[in-house]
Design a protein around this ligand. Sequence first.
Ligand code: BGC
Length: 439
Amino acid sequence: MIRKEEAYQDIEFPKGFLWGAATSAHQVEGNNTNNQWWAWEQEGGHINDGSISGRACDHYNLYEKDFDLIKQLGHNTHRFSIEWSRIEPKEGKWSKKEIDHYRQVIQALNDRDITPMVTLHHFTDPIWLAEKGGWLNPKVVELFERYTRKVVESLGDLIPFYNTINEPVWVAYASYGLGVHPPCHNDMNEFYTAGKHFLMAHGKCYRAIHETVKDMGFKIKPQVGIVKQMMYYDPVDPNVKEDVEEAERMDELTNRWFLEGIHTGIIRKPFGKGEELEYLKDSWDIIGVNYYTRSQISPRLNDPKVLELMLSRRGESTDMYEVYPEGFYKQLMSVKKYGKPVYVTENGIATKDDKQRCRYILIHLREVHKAIRDGLDLRGFMYWSLMDNFEWSLGYSMRFGLIEIDYETLERKPRPSAYLYRDIIKSNKITAQQFEKYL
Ligand code: BGC
């Protein structure tokens, strides 16, 4: 965990650091009736706490109020997603009303001097796409590219940062391999196919953004990247070869092949056949890292001693994940070799104990600072999430927000952690006293 002698020192962040929080459309907007999640929720029995996304935080209508709050809390950036199923509710039919809505949303951020970071795909697909097989259908690559071009043509003069796809490997696995997101398939081959299509779609989307910005004559020079969840795979016993090898296998399967794919243009097995795609090669200007926790790995978990060892190593719990800040530093440093500016696009905690949230933020920002100290070009941090929201199959039971939402009244109440974060942003540093107070 945290070593005391290290803990109580002031740490300062680079000038111009971007500070903010993240959300995604389906989790906060409400009434996203045209995507596959909405349809799945209506079937009943899928969401753990029995809820449905419904009106969520009604951010679709209350975004200006929310951005006023963000401003008061000192954030200088905001990451959010555009909902494909709003922009293209029927295949090939564009909704001018929804495009105008997102124009107003982005404009509202710009008016408040808050830099927008736009995600084009965050877990949800239009129902018409799901009906065509979703990410298993090879056509999805060009359909996603076409949607991207439409967004950039209509809104690209206002967008400085794009995230193409949020957590492509996780969403492919959750939907087609593990079966916890719709359409809930359990087929590793489908996972590989969907994963490959996400990688190809990323490459096409990257090129499409830059081409469209140029064709439209926009002055803005957007920075485009992927958002990669970087789970840290920790061998239960680092001295046992099988554990180490299994952790490396998991890292390759869920982290490396995708990042290397973007870097080299090669789609590795088992996702591809080693084919090299020119448009994919070096298709990023920035890298977004989402980090939450580690996963302890061993192929020997039916041995009670190994299980015991694993449990004995377990750190502090939250409502969802183990707290493991050391893995954050390691995963951040693991992308240094690509030589691109890095942004933490998500890091946060589900807890009803806001003191724990304060502590979590401080010890994770310490890792961010260490990575910068050790030469990583890390330029921003976005806490997950700005406000409590619809946590996918866990519904509304998880509380990730800097801002508490009362789902009955829709009242927004910044938690003490939001003010701690505000103070950090304001001074661009964390003081020894702040560490002392919370650790
Ligand atoms: C996703 C978010 C989600 C968060 C917390 C990330 O995997 O991008 O949508 O709410 O984790 O589980």
